[in-house]
Ligand binder design. Structure first.
Ligand code: UDX
Length: 433
């Protein structure tokens, strides 16, 4: 049984069903269950629908609303519910605790709980003592964090760099390890708290790598160097590695911002000032402001200026806008009195009360969005933006024809040759050419 059918839960259902297991996916959201039972998936994750459809055809999966489950008689329950940020930065564990109590009330045999939800180090031991130790049925607790990236979650599931299994009972660790037998993966077996810390440390390290390269990008702007060339040059050192060295307007999404804040909170309440992590957070918040500063420096004040923002999602390949830098940029532009038009290849709405509807205009396509604007901000590096015909764009725009490339994904030479001013992040040299 998999409880919580968001990105992680649905991918776990798909991956385990593909490996031949019989899976029941459970969620509290009746609408979600109804649409899953009608063959619809409410998230955009390439390949997921196909794997779930195949499993449905082979009768390996069923989806149920939580109220439909009276008894739990399976040997393994995987928890994939949300652990959002509380206002103080800590992880809100209320969904996790509710789920454990719910399992306890319904189980009719011994079982193993696998925690895939991201919970702060120390949580598993605490939950075990609080809810499971001494319970009438033996319930094992295993921490098995996920490292799935949105947009390539299935690839990450089937070809993981490693699988982390933390527990205090060897038999349960082996039982969970066997679930992944069909994958050719290195398995790291350890205690619960260390497993939990691996998840946070990995995300914090990657977030820090991004903020580090963003700091170097700012230095590039001061010195007249080009960050993309610098990143290539340092990334080729095997000890550093090429990944997560793309400078830009910073990281967003459902994991990095929340997990970095939670680790910072956890460090603080344990008496450790995690200085490096705080700097990572500060740099990331600052990067989001850069496009607006750049627009101001070229356009003066932004009142009644027409500005297009291309890209809403926190990265390409997903429809997810959680903590997307793009939203902060749009908000700032509106505060400054600009008229904002928006286009994203996948995300076609903002069903959230973030903006008043009359403040923004959704363009039908890239050309329609940039029509009559003085400047364009590229906030997400979708291929459609990289491959667009920028000469056509120039024809429908107004002076000074400014392109702020928040993801350094465009070729400055092409953009300059089309007659635009190009301004990237840490690419001072580029727009002078
Ligand atoms: C991340 C982790 O990679 C994954 O292991 C974890 O389970 C969940 O969080 P995800 O949020 O899907 O996955 O996105 P990822 O591809 O890691 O990118 C995160 C953010 O960092 C995006 O906003 C992206 O634009 C930004 N980023 C990434 C950079 O700004 N520069 C980079 O070099 C890499």
């Amino acid at each position: 049984m998999v409880i919580g059918l968001g990105y992680v839960g649905l991918v776990a259902v798909a991956g385990l069903a593909k490996a031949g297991y019989q899976i029941t996916g459970v969620d509290i959201n009746i609408k979600k269950i109804n649409s899953l039972n009608n063959g619809k998936i409410d998230i955009y994750e390439p390949g997921l629908k196909e794997v779930i459809d195949e499993a449905r055809l082979n009768q390996r999966i069923s989806f149920k609303n939580i109220a439909e489950i009276k008894n739990i008689d399976c040997g393994i329950v995987i928890i994939c519910v949300g652990t959002p940020s509380r206002p103080d930065g800590a992880a809100d564990l209320s969904q996790v605790e509710y789920t454990i109590e719910w399992i306890k009330e319904r189980t009719i045999n011994s079982l193993t709980i696998i925690m895939k939800s991201t919970v702060p180090p120390g949580t598993g031991e605490l939950l075990y003592k609080k809810y499971l130790a001494g319970f009438s049925y033996k319930i094992n607790y295993i921490s098995n964090p996920e490292f799935l990236r949105e947009g390539q979650a299935l690839k990450d599931w089937f070809y993981p760099d490693r699988i982390v299994i933390g527990g205090n009972n060897n038999k349960a660790i082996e039982e969970v390890s066997a679930l992944y037998d069909s994958l050719n993966a290195r398995i790291v077996k350890l205690d619960i708290t260390s497993a939990e810390l691996i998840k946070y440390a990995a995300n914090a390290f990657l977030a820090t790598k991004i903020s580090f390269i963003n700091e170097i990008a700012c230095l590039c702007d001061c010195l007249g160097a080009d960050i993309n060339s610098v990143a290539t040059g340092i990334g080729l050192d095997n000890r550093i590695g090429e990944g997560f060295l793309k400078a830009g307007i910073g990281y967003g999404g459902s994991c990095f911002p929340k997990d970095v804040r939670a680790l910072n909170f956890l460090s603080t309440i344990n008496g450790h000032n995690f200085e490096l992590l705080r700097a990572t957070i500060i740099v990331n918040s600052r990067q989001r402001l850069l496009p607006v500063q750049k627009l101001r420096s070229y356009l003066g004040n932004l009142v009644n200026k027409n500005i297009a923002v291309l890209g809403l999602t926190f990265k390409p390949g997903t429809d997810d806008i959680r903590e997307s830098p793009s939203l902060d940029i749009i908000r700032l532009l509106l505060d400054e009195g600009a008229n904002v038009s928006i286009y994203d290849p996948i995300r076609k709405n903002l069903n959230i009360n973030l903006f008043r509807k009359d403040q923004i205009r959704f363009g039908k396509n890239i050309l329609d969005t940039v029509k009559g604007t003085e400047a364009v901000v590229v906030a997400t590096e979708w291929d459609q933006f990289i491959d667009t015909n920028w000469s056509e764009i120039k024809i429908v725009m107004n002076e000074p024809f400014l392109i702020v490339d928040g993801r350094n994904c465009l070729d400055p030479c092409i953009i300059n040759n089309c007659g635009f001013i190009y301004s990237g992040i840490g690419r001072a040299k580029a727009h002078e050419r």
